[in-house]
Design a protein around this ligand. Structure first.
Ligand code: PMV
Length: 317
């Protein structure tokens, strides 16, 4: 019994930060993201009666703490099951603010679903992936994806396909280390202590509506303005958490200034940053080369990855 699934991470333009239900892992706010194509996780899952426990290898390295993976499999298959051997390959740094949990858990859920022949629809897959990692739900679809909160569940919809608006993303990697605090822990701290958390949650629907309208018109400058604003609001919540959570380093800030310079020179580009120090510059295809060159010249930028918008999960076997 083997399944191989390849999935790409997604980057939020209108962010999710905070949970309304920690047991079901339901987000406190709606969000909008883009699913990438050039970054991926390939998950090879085998169930076998010969195994004496579940095992997980990431890029060939055996992992010790696999409780999230175990719980995810149990929640789909039940505890009376054969153990699983999972080989995960990822072509980008993991747990470093590049949304590796979104590609990993969406791939895992789709692979198990295919092995168990459950034939779950998109919404069930999204809810299952989201119950492990909130952002993973959005990687179940490609292109530009909206995640809506509904009573006791979430719903995902594709706003535009990758071909409808072929945006490009230039990622400046400034540090490959694992983040010091996981996003789940950080979100809880923010909800408990940031004085601005409740207004972040209250105002999110305005940002969603604004972004939605710019996306439907393919208005790049409008989307740039609301996305950067929403990103900075999320980081303000992190910064005003007690103790404060700062995922950036000095190169992150240098990259932000470089993007501001590019904008002043008329380039169509904007930045977004997640729970890590990497900068994601979203741009139009004609601006990509210049932006990649400029970011690559910044001291402290370790490498550049570029990507377009991609599809949802691909079942390879
Ligand atoms: O899905 P998680 O628990 O890794 O949280 C992701 C949170 C952000 O990446 C910072 C924002 C988002 O909407 O993806």
């Amino acid at each position: 019994m083997q399944s191989i699934v390849r999935t790409s991470p997604n980057i939020a333009l209108i962010k999710y930060w905070g949970k309304r239900n920690t047991i079901k892992n339901l987000p406190a706010v709606d969000s909008i993201s883009i699913t990438l194509d050039n970054l991926w996780t390939e998950m090879n899952v085998i169930f076998s009666s010969d195994l004496s426990n579940d095992e997980l290898f990431i890029n060939e390295k055996k992992q010790n703490n696999i409780s999230r993976v175990k719980n995810c499999i149990d929640s789909i298959c039940g505890e009376q099951r054969d153990y699983a051997s999972i080989m995960s390959r990822c072509n980008f740094p993991i747990s470093a603010g590049l949304a590796s949990s979104s590609s990993s858990f969406s791939a895992l859920v789709v692979a198990i679903n295919s092995l168990m022949k459950k034939k779950w629809n998109t919404q069930l897959l999204a809810n299952q992936a989201g119950s492990v990692s909130g952002s993973a739900a959005r990687s179940i679809l490609g292109g530009i994806v909206k995640l809506n909160n509904e009573p006791e569940k979430i719903r995902i919809t594709q706003l535009l396909s990758p071909n409808d608006w072929p945006l490009r993303v230039v990622i400046a990697i400034t540090d490959k280390k694992e983040k010091a605090i996981s996003s789940s822990k950080a979100m809880k701290l923010s909800a408990d202590t940031s004085p601005f958390y409740s207004s972040w949650v209250e105002d999110q629907n305005d940002d969603i509506k604004e972004a939605n309208s710019f996306i439907s018109k393919k208005d790049f400058e409008g989307l740039a303005s609301i996305s950067e604003h929403n990103c900075m609001k999320m980081h303000s919540i992190m910064w005003t958490t007690r103790p404060s959570i700062v995922y950036w380093n000095s190169t992150t800030i240098d990259c932000m200034h470089a993007i501001r310079d590019l904008q002043r020179n008329g380039e169509s580009v904007f930045f977004t940053i997640d729970a890590g120090p990497q900068i994601k510059a979203i741009c139009l295809p004609e601006n990509e080369e210049k932006i990649a060159k400029k970011l690559n010249e910044i001291k402290g930028v370790q490498s550049i990855m570029t990507s377009g918008l991609g599809s949802g999960p691909i079942i390879e076997k």
